[in-house]
Design a protein around this ligand. Structure first.
Ligand SMILES: [Zn+2]
Length: 151
């Protein structure tokens, strides 16, 4: 994902360099998201690894995963995935004053759902592990009340 060029908000394939655009597709039967060039079919499993060196071939990838190549052409192709990504980075993550780290708004929602006794406190266990920070609802009672992100 280093120095990717864009054209009208779409990502230009670094492999065929300027000829193709990279779309995001969910591969049926594989239940996987792939990032694929519409010209040369260079493929990546994650947007984070989109670079010349890390390219894999779509047909080879699919056939080694037991999915028929011909079934893929009918897939929904999303060319605007980078917009969703930027939105995610800009709007759906924020600096949480309770935990003092960047968190996703869904995690904030979970914490506050516990605070409002809408869900069981046990859901925080998984979140604490994921974020590697302790979450105190007692502290949240003071901090989250003042926070513009929480509810
Ligand atoms: Zn390409």
């Amino acid at each position: 994902m280093k120095n990717l060029k864009t054209c009208n908000g779409k990502i230009i394939c670094p492999w065929c360099n300027g000829n193709g655009l990279i779309y995001k597709a969910i591969i049926k039967g594989l239940e996987r998201i792939l990032f694929v060039c519409n010209e040369c079919e260079a493929t990546w499993e994650s947007y984070e690894t989109i670079e010349v060196d890390t390219r894999i071939d779509l047909r080879t990838y699919l056939e080694s995963s037991g999915v028929k190549y011909d079934e893929v052409s009918s897939l929904d192709k999303d060319y605007n995935w980078i917009n969703d990504l930027e939105l995610k980075v800009n709007e759906n993550y924020y600096d949480c004053p309770l935990l003092n780290i960047m968190i996703w708004l869904g995690d904030c929602y979970d914490i506050n759902a516990v605070r409002h006794v809408m869900v069981k406190k046990s859901i925080l266990k998984a979140l604490e592990e994921e974020l590697s920070v302790p979450i105190s609802i007692e502290t949240a009672e003071k901090i989250c009340v003042e926070c513009k992100y929480s509810f």
